[in-house]
Design a binder for this molecule. Structure first.
Ligand code: PMP
Length: 435
C-alpha cells in the first residue's frame, strides 16, 4: 500500500503507540491500514493544522475533507445548533434540503455547458454511495452494463465499485463488464483508448452504460492537463449511447480554484456528477446531480430512500460549507496559493535530482518522485521516504499513482502563502535528506 505502516519497525515506536496499534489490530482486523512508518495520532484540528497529544502542530497539506479548514467555527456552530434542534430523515418535508439542492445545482453545468436549470440532485452519505447510485441510474437509463474507467481508478467501497476500481489491486477482481483505459498521459491518445474500449465491450456483446472518471485522475497520479482533453471523450461516450459520469469526490467544491467543479476546467457538461468528501467538511454527506431525463425513469421505477442521506444536520454542514467557500473566497485562494505552490515546487524540482514533473490545478498538486540519474524512472521507495520525512518535519502529505511515486499535496483550502512556504521549506529539507 502507498504510504502504509507495515509493522516491521514497530520496535522503534513509543510503547503507547505500539500498544494502541496492537489493540486496533485485534479490534478492527486485517483490512485496515495506517499511514506512516511512525503512525501519528491527533487530538485536535484547527484551520490547516492538526495537533497531537503533546501539543505539536502538524501542517495539513493532505486532507481535502475538512476543505474549509479543520473545526471551522461557522460549520461547527451551524451543525451544533441543528443537532440540538432537529434531525430526521428525508421523508418529511424539509425546506433546507430543497434550498441546499437548489443552491448546489446552481453551481453545476450538467447536460449543457451553458447552464443546467433543470438538473436534479440526490443525496447519500458517502462518495461510494453516490457512485453506486450513479451506476444504477446509468444502467437503468441506457439498458446497458458496460463501464469504462482508467487504469488506476478508485471509485469506492461497494461490491459494484470494487469491480470498477483497479487501484485496489489484483486481489480485487474487475468485473467482466468493465474495461480499463490508460490514464491520460502525454503520448496517450485518451479518446482513441476510450473508443477502443467501447468497441471491445461491443465485441463481447456488451454496450456502454457509463464512462466514469475522477476529473483530476487523483489515484492515477494527479493528471489535470491540458484542460479540455476530456471534451472529445464525452462525445465518443455519447456516440456509443453511454453516459459520462464525472466523479467530483476529489476535484469538487472549488479545489481546482478556477472552477467549482473539476469537469468545468475541461469545458464539458457531464450527464451525472458525483460528489462527496469536502461536501460537509467531515460530516457524511455526498450525492449526485444529473440530467432530469436521466433520473426520470429510475425515479419512477426505483424508489429511493437513504436513511441518513441528506438529513438536516448534514445539510446544515453542507450549506455552511458553501457559505464559507463564498465568504472567504476559498476557490480564489486555491488559485492564488495553488499557483504559488506549483511554481515554487517546480523550481525546487528543477534543482532536485529526486523530483520530476510537477502537476496541479488549484490546491491539488502531484509531484513525481524519480530515481536520480534515470530518465524519470518512478521511485515509490523514495516517495515513501519523502512522505515519512515530511511527517518527521510535521507536514502531512501522502503518495499516489500506480507506482506510489507521486507526492499528493491536497491541503484544506484556507492554505495561505505562509503555509505554502512552511511546506516548501520542509520539502526542500526532506529531499536533501533522503538522497
Ligand atoms: N471517488 C473518488 C475519486 C474517491 O477518491 C473516493 C474516496 N477516496 C471515493 C469515490 C469514495 O468516497 P467515500 O470514501 O466517501 O465512499
Amino acid at each position: 500500500m502507498v504510504n502504509g505502516y507495515d509493522g516491521s519497525r514497530a520496535a522503534e515506536l513509543p510503547a503507547a503507540t505500539r500498544e494502541l496499534i496492537a489493540r486496533r489490530d485485534r479490534a478492527l482486523g486485517g483490512a485496515y491500514r495506517l499511514f506512516y512508518d511512525q503512525p501519528v495520532s491527533f487530538v485536535m484540528g484547527s484551520g490547516v493544522y492538526l495537533y497531537d497529544a503533546d501539543g505539536n502542530a502538524y501542517l495539513d497539506a493532505y486532507n481535502n475533507v475538512p476543505s474549509v479548514g479543520h473545526s471551522h467555527p461557522h460549520v461547527t456552530e451551524t451543525v451544533a445548533k441543528q443537532l440540538g434542534t432537529l434531525n430526521t430523515h428525508t421523508r418529511y418535508l424539509a425546506e433546507p434540503l430543497v434550498a441546499y439542492a437548489e443552491r448546489l445545482l446552481a453551481t453545476h453545468t450538467i447536460g449543457s455547458v451553458t447552464g443546467n436549470a433543470e438538473a436534479q440532485a440526490m443525496f447519500t452519505c458517502t462518495g461510494s454511495e453516490a457512485n453506486d447510485l450513479a451506476l444504477r441510474i446509468a444502467r437503468h437509463y441506457t439498458g446497458a452494463t458496460g463501464v469504462i474507467v482508467t487504469a488506476n481508478a478508485y471509485h469506492g467501497v461497494t461490491a459494484a465499485l470494487a469491480e470498477i476500481s483497479p487501484s485496489l489491486g489484483p486481489g480485487v477482481p474487475l468485473g467482466s463488464h468493465v474495461r480499463v483505459v490508460p490514464a491520460p498521459a502525454p503520448g496517450v491518445n485518451f479518446t482513441a483508448a476510450v473508443a477502443w474500449a467501447i468497441s471491445d465491450l461491443e465485441r463481447h456483446g456488451l454496450r456502454l452504460a457509463a464512462f466514469l472518471a475522477d476529473s483530476l485522475f487523483s489515484s492515477d497520479g494527479v493528471l489535470p492537463d491540458p484542460a479540455g482533453f476530456l471534451a472529445p471523450v464525452i462525445e465518443t461516450v455519447h456516440a456509443a449511447g453511454g453516459l459520462y459520469i464525472a466523479d467530483e469526490v476529489q476535484s469538487g467544491f472549488g479545489r481546482t480554484g478556477t472552477h467549482m467543479w473539476g469537469y468545468q476546467r475541461h469545458g464539458i457538461a457531464p450527464d451525472i456528477v458525483t460528489m462527496g468528501k469536502p461536501m460537509g467538511n467531515g460530516l457524511p454527506i455526498a450525492g449526485l446531480a444529473a440530467r432530469p431525463d436521466v433520473i426520470e425513469a429510475f425515479g419512477r421505477q426505483a424508489r429511493y430512500f437513504n436513511t441518513f442521506g441528506g438529513n438536516p444536520v448534514c445539510v446544515a454542514a453542507a450549506s455552511a460549507v458553501l457559505d464559507v467557500l463564498e465568504a472567504e473566497g476559498l476557490p480564489g485562494n486555491a488559485t492564488a496559493t495553488g499557483g504559488y505552490l506549483k511554481e515554487a515546487a517546480t523550481r525546487l524540482a528543477d534543482l532536485s535530482p529526486v523530483l520530476g514533473d510537477v502537476r496541479g490545478a488549484g490546491l491539488y498538486l502531484g509531484i513525481d518522485v524519480i530515481t536520480p540519474g534515470t530518465a524519470g524512472e518512478p521511485s515509490g521507495k523514495l516517495a515513501a521516504a519523502i512522505v515519512n520525512g515530511m511527517r518527521e518535519r510535521r507536514v502531512l502529505i501522502s503518495a499516489t499513482g500506480p507506482h506510489g511515486n507521486v507526492l499528493k499535496v491536497r491541503p484544506p483550502l484556507p492554505f495561505a502563502r505562509e503555509h505554502a512556504d512552511q511546506f516548501l521549506t520542509a520539502l526542500q529539507e526532506t529531499v536533501e535528506a533522503v538522497h
